[in-house]
Write a protein that binds this ligand. Sequence first.
Ligand code: HEC
Ligand code: HEC
Ligand code: HEC
Ligand code: HEC
Ligand code: HEC
Length: 460
Amino acid sequence: MAKGTWTVIGAFTGLAAAALVAVAVAAEKPADIRKNVDDPTSPAWCGQCHKRIYKEWSSSMMGRDLDNAIVYQFYTATNPKGKFDGLGFKGFVRMAGHPQARGDCADCHVPIQVIESHKAGKGDVDLGKAMRLETRKDHGISCIFCHSIEKVHLKKGPDGRWNKRIFERVELNTEVIHGPYPPAETSPHDPFKVSPLYRSSEICGVCHLNQEKHVLSISTYADWKALYDAGKTDKTCQECHMPLIPGKARAAEDAPEREGLRRHTFVGARDADMRKKALRLELKGHVENGRLIVDTVVENVGAAHTVPASAPIRNVILKIDATDENGQPLPWAGGKKGLLPPLAGMGNPKTGQKGPGDWAGLPGKMYAKVYRSKVIPKLGRPMVGVGGFAAVAEVFNTLLRYKKPDHAQFAFKVPDGVKRVKVKARLVYRWAYKPLADRKGWKVPDLPMTEKEIALNVTP
Ligand code: HEC
Ligand code: HEC
Ligand code: HEC
Ligand code: HEC
Ligand code: HEC
């Protein structure tokens, strides 16, 4: 159909046309098993009674994990168009000569499927296959997984490495629902088990701790535990990430009102309030000998683990803009240390053309834990900013530790005749390094955290 004709029909038939398209698409797309209310292991089944909780979980990153295109593409090493680009787990194992390897990627993304597959002697699960709608067999980070956990074993071996696999870390009993308190009489759950695990961070540590061969690529639980054991925080993961519902609420439609219930929203770095709470920013400046000296302090005051919370492709950037009274940028007069590294964005990988988010070489500081791979024969050098599976060493680690202020200094030249200067400092969160995102075709917006501005008169 010609485009013009379509527009006219669309204009006249409006909703009816939209409905037809929707039906056609629905018929092609297999149903999402997580929405099957007849399957007593599906979140939607629990959601019939636990309506609020189901809605909260569905909106969370963990509830949406199986639909997360970034996870899928980083596992399968494909781009958004579905073409193999080598960037990701499957590219790494292909290069290492084991193209069929599935690795442990599925462990924390489809935990029940992995545990059952290993119990049946079938070995590792292909995360790509487990995520695709047509081959999906598991509900991901589901109600039934978390509420079947009977025991957690998180242990460090004599070599200083944590036990690794999901089936070593949890014991499940899917016949029994487990929860934080004894349920009301209206509860259909019989048997039911009250367990202190649900109020403890260990249950989160099952996955928020990724031991790779050479590095602890996700260390959130270990970082938190060190602070907790030292008495530097008394808060659990749940107390910060499952917000308390003020007043009374119900855990199910047919349940009594209770106080002290928490939301299953698992708010994290994608939540503006969480980002605002995390960091304190101090900004000072003075002019001496024709130079503007800017001093910053960035302190993690809100997150009882590092910021960012250690997933290796995440980064927080402090960007410093110093301008004269006409908005002209002041020339840089500091050393290389005060400039942002290539991972802050180098521009279009083919044309080199820079966009507004390409900050490499501009004044600022990156807070991240950056890994490098082995030397890649084709490139003749290692890749920098890789995921934990490809990491052999740390390039730098500037993660912001809890209550450990980070001081930085930046210097600019103040040209003759300039009477007033302005400095803007901002902290933004990026969930992947910009060069990786550019090569993958991912859109990684700058998520604002905190900012400060000052203005100074230049006295001759
Ligand atoms: C031990 C548990 C565990 C294992 C094993 C694991 N992951 Fe994850 N993965 C996580 C957790 C937890 C997060 C969220 C981390 C965060 O935000 O700090 C995550 C996040 C991710 C993300 C980022 C998603 C986004 O939206 O930015 C990608 C991509 C990913 N994982 C891919 C993989 C791949 C590929 C493998 C195998 C090489 C793997 N994971 C193995 C626990 C795990
Ligand atoms: C990542 C693990 C996890 C997932 C997934 C999860 N829960 Fe929970 N759930 C918890 C924890 C932890 C608590 C205890 C919170 C607290 O401290 O009160 C809890 C508490 C509960 C409670 C007790 C009442 C309350 O609100 O505290 C109910 C009911 C419940 N969950 C149902 C569900 C349902 C239904 C789903 C799926 C839609 C689900 N949970 C998914 C971890 C999980
Ligand atoms: C037929 C309705 C119904 C279905 C379906 C249902 N629940 Fe419940 N559930 C309840 C009621 C009612 C309670 C009691 C809530 C209370 O005491 O506040 C309850 C309590 C709970 C609690 C305990 C709160 C506590 O610690 O006492 C958890 C956890 C829980 N359900 C999880 C689930 C999970 C997971 C599923 C799906 C596998 C599910 N429920 C399916 C009705 C249901
Ligand atoms: C079965 C493994 C598993 C368990 C158990 C688990 N998580 Fe997660 N969590 C993940 C994975 C995987 C992701 C990344 C999801 C994605 O981005 O697609 C994630 C993401 C998150 C995020 C979102 C981060 C962001 O960037 O917004 C928060 C917050 C979080 N988890 C907190 C918790 C808390 C609190 C608990 C304990 C109550 C917990 N998780 C238990 C696997 C797990
Ligand atoms: C004192 C409050 C607090 C406690 C306790 C806490 N967090 Fe956080 N967490 C935060 C704040 C604030 C952020 C947002 C800043 C950020 O993204 O780093 C955050 C971010 C995260 C993220 C987002 C990922 C990222 O890249 O930053 C994950 C995942 C997470 N926390 C998991 C956990 C887990 C698991 C625990 C327990 C072992 C935990 N948190 C304990 C406050 C807390």
